[in-house]
Design a protein around this ligand. Structure first.
Ligand code: IVH
Length: 672
């Protein structure tokens, strides 16, 4: 065989293998025996071995990469990955329907009804029909590049099949693990004495976030497509259901339960039907999704902040089971809060074994009248911590009342009830090991400083051995100190030091969040960054100034001020900065939700000056243009809008009235 013949033959084999993969993994309907498939595969390997120059990235032989990554790169989504608003009952669903019905002036709305798979969202980017990159949702704007791992998922085509292959295509869908896959994976993990997963969703996320694609390739990951993002191609789509159909033709698995629905009754019937068959499905779902089918109408409705106004997830009620409450213990959190936790006789709630459930606080225990020894209902919904719902009083026998301990079970310090609050706290502060450890665990966590390899157990060991006392000490750890620890190899120690070092480059918001200021979560930290753009400013600002930021109330403002006033915290921050933790404070470097979007403003605005509106948009890295064109992303309109408004409607551009615009700016924390 010469090179030319080999190239043709390789191409031919790849086409055949791709078709057979599709039949086997997607349609579940193979039409050749396994031995024949293996023969084709071996033939291709042989040719690629002889002519390595013919190997392409998307060859079926290249699904499993050989070298593990050291980290995942970030990928910016060209079209943001939105999430869905939820409805939890008929009333909320009815309200959603009525709102859309009014806005579209239509009585009978047409929807695409779909199951809501409980896995994780993924964006698959195809260039001329070849899988180019795959990214997780991340914060909706940037995600992690998991291409190598995604390539190991046999249900995901490396090359599209069929006709009308588009120039660009972003496929949006869910990566998940079936019930059977989950069961087998956990069995195997147990056999290997590795950590088991709490539920299929965690198992899927954990499997996709492996740095070594070889590990991912052993995990039973599945995929289902439910939409598209960016698209450039010959085919034009009028309806979402057409898109789903075309995705099927291009070789993607699409839920067989998807259905076109007309009117609210159809939606309710679909919900009941899926709820009825839920237990029979081979994978976990947590609700159904309704999407306005006509794309034109989706455009008219547009998006608010991070979710489309034309779609909703109608969630299923959480699943409850009965078990006995054996004991109540208290857990001491990062800020000293004592949370009573129910120790349960293990019970399987919708596929996950539950041993503990939260009781939230003492008031809750009293309100629900929960006693040690009671039979209780346990509820679990998605990823949230299981909770004790109620007590079966008829079954009550030999029970004991719970009392909040007077001293902290960890450090022995006094326990005090917080003023104006329900929580009891240990007053030990950072001299309490529980609080110390929790503060460090929070600091290194993924959404904070993201120091990989510093797990909970290791942190306990490090504090126990007095190798670290506080978060700043992490940065003085030495590799030889770490590798001297039990069960710690040189390689792991050096990996940890490396991730400590690379964590030093962070963002202002992540740094603030990682400090663990009581009640300052990610979004408050982001609001602080967006408002001040400077750590020094935050440190010296007054409580009143913090209260100026929308969403920050007096309690949180007080927490922030008192955090930065404490000498010990000042010392630790100084050490952290001296260790080299840094971030960029220039305004242009923070990423706003509107980055890169083009806006046009028309008509007269009531509550904000045109100039100010433009400036605010620019500060959010959006573009402001004076004329409406296909490139316009949003038209903001005030009173008497005129021709720009007409043109935007004609071009199907998303429009937004002044009120919505103001709401959006509030969301971005630019105005109060
Ligand atoms: S559509 C534009 N459809 O649910 C709307 N999402 O918050 C984008 N999900 O992140 C989502 N099944 O991971 C859509 N049939 C379905 C879905 C689905 C599951 C997940 C997805 C998304 C989350 C919604």
């Amino acid at each position: 065989m010469n090179l030319n013949q080999a190239s043709k033959e390789a191409e031919n084999l790849r086409k055949k293998i791709t078709q057979h993969n599709h039949k086997y993994y997607v349609l579940d309907d193979p039409d050749i025996p396994d031995a024949e498939y293996d023969r084709l595969f071996k033939e291709l390997i042989k040719i690629e071995k002889e002519f390595p120059q013919l190997i392409t990235n998307s060859s079926p032989t290249q699904r499993i990469g050989t070298t593990p990554l050291s980290e995942f790169k970030e990928i910016e989504h060209t079209d943001p990955m939105l999430s869905l608003a939820n409805a939890f009952n008929e009333k909320e669903m009815q309200r959603f329907y009525d709102r859309l019905s009014t806005e579209l002036s239509e009585e009978i709305l047409v929807f695409s009804g779909e199951t809501k798979l409980d896995g994780l969202a993924i964006n698959l980017f195809y260039k001329n029909g070849v899988l180019h990159t795959a990214a997780t949702r991340g914060d909706g704007f940037t995600g992690e590049d998991v291409t190598l791992n995604v390539k190991t998922i046999m249900q995901i085509p490396l090359n599209l099949i069929g006709d009308n292959i588009p120039k660009l295509l972003e496929v949006r869908g869910e990566i998940y693990i079936s019930h059977k896959g989950f069961f087998e994976l956990n069995k195997n993990q147990e056999k290997l004495k590795l950590k088991t997963f709490a539920n299929p969703r965690n198992a899927a996320a954990g499997s996709l976030r492996q740095l070594d694609p070889k590990v991912t390739s052993t995990r039973p990951l599945s995929f289902s497509a439910y939409g598209i993002g960016n698209y450039e191609g010959k085919l034009k789509f009028d309806r979402h259901t057409q898109i789903l159909n075309q995705l099927k033709n291009w070789g993607f698995p699409v839920s067989v339960e998807s259905k076109e629905l007309s009117g609210l009754k159809d939606c309710f019937d679909y919900y009941s039907h899926i709820l009825n068959i839920r237990k029979k499905l081979s994978y976990e779902i947590d609700g159904v999704v309704f999407k306005i089918d006509y794309i034109e109408k989706q455009k008219i409705l547009g998006n608010v902040s991070r979710s489309p106004r034309w779609a909703i997830a109608y969630k299923f009620p959480p699943i409850e089971e009965v078990t006995q409450l054996i004991d109540i213990e208290v857990q001491v959190g990062r800020t000293g809060t004592m949370t009573p936790v129910a120790r349960l006789s293990p019970v399987n709630v919708d596929g996950a074994m539950i041993n503990n459930a939260t009781l939230h606080n003492l008031d809750e225990i009293k309100r629900k009248d929960v006693r040690i020894g009671d039979w209780v209902y346990i509820r679990r919904a998605g990823d949230v911590i299981p909770e004790v719902v109620s007590v079966i009083k008829e079954k009550r026998k030999n029970v004991k009342e719970f009392r909040m301990p007077k001293s902290c079970p960890i450090c022995g310090s006094d326990v005090k009830k917080q003023k104006d609050k329900i929580a009891y706290v240990c007053i030990g502060g950072l001299s309490c090991d529980a609080q110390k450890n929790q503060a460090i665990i929070h600091f290194v966590s993924r959404k904070a400083m993201n120091i990989e390899g510093l797990g909970e157990k290791l942190i306990y060991k490090l504090t126990e051995n007095k190798m670290i006392e506080n978060i700043a000490d992490i940065f003085s750890l030495k590799q030889n100190e770490l590798s001297a620890l039990d069960r710690m190899g040189d390689k792991s120690a050096s990996n940890i030091i490396e991730s400590i070092n690379s964590s030093k480059s962070t963002t202002l918001a992540k740094f603030i969040y990682s400090l663990g200021i009581p009640e300052v979560g990610e979004s408050t930290a982001r609001a602080l960054e967006n408002y001040f753009h400077s750590f020094k400013e935050i440190e010296k600002s007054s409580q009143e100034e913090f209260e100026n930021i929308s969403d920050i109330g007096p309690i949180v403002a007080k927490n922030i001020k008192s955090f930065f006033t404490q000498e010990n915290n000042k010392k630790i921050i100084k050490k952290l900065v001296a260790a080299g933790i840094h971030w960029n404070e220039s305004k242009s470097n923070y990423s706003s939700n509107l980055k890169g979007l083009t806006f046009v403003i028309t008509g007269s605005l009531k509550n904000i000056k045109r100039k100010d509106a433009e400036e605010l948009l620019l500060s959010l890295q959006a573009k402001v243009s004076s004329a409406v064109s296909k490139k316009t992303d949003y038209l903001i309109y005030g009173a008497n809008p005129g021709s720009k408004y007409e043109k935007a409607l004609e071009l199907g551009i998303k429009i937004m009235n002044e009120d919505l615009f103001i709401k959006m700016l509030k969301k971005e924390k630019l105005i109060n």
